[in-house]
Ligand binder design. Structure first.
Ligand code: DAH
Length: 342
């Protein structure tokens, strides 16, 4: 009876084993057959219930069955593993003759590219780069630039304050003018002051809380409005092309007198009028003016002897106009899909 059951189990287990085609089914088979609670293991324990005359034959057969199933299992395991490996290699399509994957090359940020173009042009025109700090005092950012406390002009700059009273993030590169003047006085000056500026703005497609500016400053004897116009017109020609028209409009800045803004003919519609130039044909690209006497004095220069001109332009804005970029926030969003286009 018991022997018959053993042989049945043996046969059934062997059949199941031949049909096991994956590592998982093989594992399950092993657990259910030769494992601690497996069918064969459990039959082995039955030997105690047999009469002494049946025990030797049963014991012998059980050991044979165990050995044979173990061997069959090992054989099947090798077969299944080989098949699985072959299937995986076919699926992965491993082709050692294919060329390797290319590393993608980095590039300069579009703002950096525009900045470098601007540096090159001003460099050619004899202007040095003067680096000034990002963290400023209220005094340099406003007071010394002729913007007293409580003056309504302060509303033009929504300022980031630090926890330290009077210490702020510069809202424009103009405070660098004072640093440069105090360092060079009484020598003549021709510098550009590039760098990051910060404003606490409501973020829209047209504003960012950080952006670059390039400030310019020329101080010397008998510098006139004609020098300002001629120099900025020359810059515009070098930056936007010989044929591109420019115009100056009167404006207001506390640190210049008189003040102006310079427009260039829209480079997207060539002056015909389009959405980008709001159908005016012109794009505003910088603020400028003759350095205010108070600012010259704060820099150490006697305004009766010295004069100068200054300007401030936004390189991201220029890049936006040049490439037709609609949202300034793309510059600092770190999205490779945007950055890779430049
Ligand atoms: N600082 C001004 C701003 O951020 C830009 C500017 C205008 C700078 C006129 C100048 C200037 O030097 O002369 O809005």
């Amino acid at each position: 009876m018991m022997l018959e059951q053993l042989n049945d189990t043996y046969q059934r287990s062997l059949d199941q084993l031949q049909n096991a085609r994956t590592s998982e089914t093989l594992e399950t088979w092993y657990r259910q057959t030769l494992g601690r609670k497996g069918d064969v293991t459990q039959l082995t324990r039955q030997v105690g219930y047999l009469g002494p005359e049946d025990r030797p034959a049963f014991g012998k057969r059980v050991n044979e069955v165990k050995k044979e199933l173990e061997a069959a299992y090992q054989q099947q395991l090798v077969k299944v593993r080989t098949a699985e490996l072959e299937a995986k290699m076919a699926a992965d399509g491993l082709d050692v003759t294919l060329p390797g994957r290319r590393y993608s090359r980095g590039r300069l940020h579009p703002a950096t590219q525009t900045l470098r173009e601007i540096y090159r042009i001003w460099g050619d025109m004899g202007f040095q780069i003067y680096r000034s700090r990002d963290v400023e005092t209220d005094e340099f950012n406003f007071e010394l630039l002729n913007i007293p406390e409580h003056h309504p002009a302060r509303d033009l700059w929504d300022t980031f304050h630090t926890t330290e009273p009077g210490i702020i993030l510069r809202t424009h590169t103009s405070p660098g003018q004072i640093h440069a003047m105090r360092e060079y006085c009484p020598e003549p000056i021709r510098v550009i002051l590039p760098g990051m500026c910060y404003r606490y703005e409501q973020i829209t497609a047209r504003s960012e809380i950080q952006f670059n500016q390039v400030e310019g400053l020329a101080v010397g004897k008998s510098i006139s409005m004609a020098d300002l116009k001629g120099t900025l017109a020359d810059f515009a020609k070098r930056m936007f092309g010989e044929e591109r028209k420019i115009r100056f409009r009167a404006s207001y800045f506390p640190f210049t007198e008189p003040s102006a803004e310079m427009d260039v003919e829209c480079m997207l519609c060539n002056g015909d009028g389009c959405q980008v130039c709001q159908y005016t044909g012109w794009l505003e690209i910088l603020g400028c003016g003759m350095v205010h006497p108070t600012v010259l004095r704060n820099g150490g220069y006697d305004p009766a002897v010295y004069s100068g001109f200054a300007f401030g332009l936004g390189p991201e804005r220029i890049a936006m106009l040049k490439y037709g970029i609609e949202d300034i926030r793309l510059f600092w969003g770190n999205d490779l899909r945007f950055l890779e286009q430049f």
